[in-house]
Ligand binder design. Structure first.
Ligand code: NI
Length: 176
């Protein structure tokens, strides 16, 4: 199997998922700001394994291709989730572009790690995680996780993260 490091595509494989702005507008602090934008605007695609699979626990992997863009000054980002098993972490490797890994603990403390080509991120299974594209090109990253980690997207969908990442005068800024 060959992974194209520039596009994040595993040779010959269609996307596992393709998320567009129309279905993601509600994850942004100001979804109204998306109303003037084309709802078909691509935000991110994933390639590789589905999030969960049946059977004995095993390692899964995927790439995400996150497009550049903003909604009301907030950078395009993934939905984000907690792992239901806090003992199951996740490994991330940035292949292309620039962004931020946004992390949050159960007390809603929120912080970021900068992402750039070659940056490696050892995500503790206790922390919610999502990724924002802070650059003006595609952000491509590879992740690996255990199939039995469990995904809780619901908590994030309802409450978001403790802070949002917006464009500031001197670069990305986390703000309440
Ligand atoms: Ni995860």
């Amino acid at each position: 199997m060959i992974l194209d490091l520039g596009t994040g595509i595993f040779e010959g494989q269609p996307p596992q998922s393709a998320r567009r702005l129309g279905e993601l507008a509600s994850i942004f602090r100001n979804p109204e700001a998306a109303k003037g934008m084309d709802p078909r605007t691509p935000v991110y695609e994933t390639y590789g394994c589905p999030g969960e699979v049946e059977g004995p626990a095993r390692l899964l992997y995927a790439t995400t291709v996150l497009h550049p863009g903003q909604v009301g000054g907030e950078f395009f980002m993934t939905r984000g989730h907690f792992h239901t098993d806090p003992a199951r972490g996740e490994l991330m490797l940035t292949l292309r572009g620039h962004g931020a890994l946004i992390l949050m603990d159960r007390d809603r403390n929120t912080w970021t790690e900068p992402m750039e080509p070659g940056s490696v991120h050892d995500i503790d299974g206790r922390y919610a995680h999502r990724v924002a594209n802070t650059g003006d090109e595609l952000l491509v990253f590879y992740v690996a996780w255990m199939s039995d980690c469990g995904h809780d997207y619901e908590s994030i969908r309802e409450q978001g993260f403790g802070k949002i990442l917006v464009e500031g005068p001197a670069g990305p800024v986390l703000t309440s």
